[in-house]
Write a new protein. Structure first.
Length: 141
């Protein structure tokens, strides 16, 4: 892969999920600090998208987060991110009104949300529709 690709695309981890040895994600590659110190790496982008979707579903199901602002505030905390700008970008890219509740268990909602995060995390990068759809399908299993 080209080094001009974003880190998330190179790692097939388009959500830039931090590596955590407690997480045994489907398709996660062994941790190799020589290649990547901080983030998880995946065998396929579909499995990276799956992991992103699973994290987001946990935010809804376990933590009760129902709005773009609540979810993104946890996903991309202000310590490292311009969270307000991130929220606006995801709302704009998904057509979600500020403060509106969303249901990530619906495939179309999950796909739009994941696509918006990938776009934001990876400098506007967009996966082919089939790759995105398969990653979302796996997340919702």
């Amino acid at each position: 892969m080209s080094t001009t690709e974003t880190r998330g695309v190179r790692n097939r981890n388009p959500g830039n999920i931090d590596y955590n040895p407690a997480n045994k994600w489907q398709g996660q590659l062994p941790h190799n600090p020589a290649l990547e110190k901080r983030f998880a790496r995946f065998d396929t982008p579909e499995n990276g998208i799956r992991a992103l979707g699973k994290v987001l579903l946990t935010y809804q199901r376990k933590h009760g987060l129902r709005t773009v602002k609540a979810i993104i505030s946890r996903w991309a905390p202000a310590v490292e991110n311009d969270t307000a700008a991130y929220v606006r970008a995801v709302e704009a890219n998904t057509g979600t009104r500020p403060g509106a509740e969303i249901d990530l268990a619906q495939a179309a909602v999950m796909a739009g949300f994941v696509k918006a995060i990938i776009h934001h995390e990876n400098a506007g990068y967009e996966y082919p529709a089939a790759v995105l759809a398969e990653g979302v399908r796996r997340a919702l299993l």
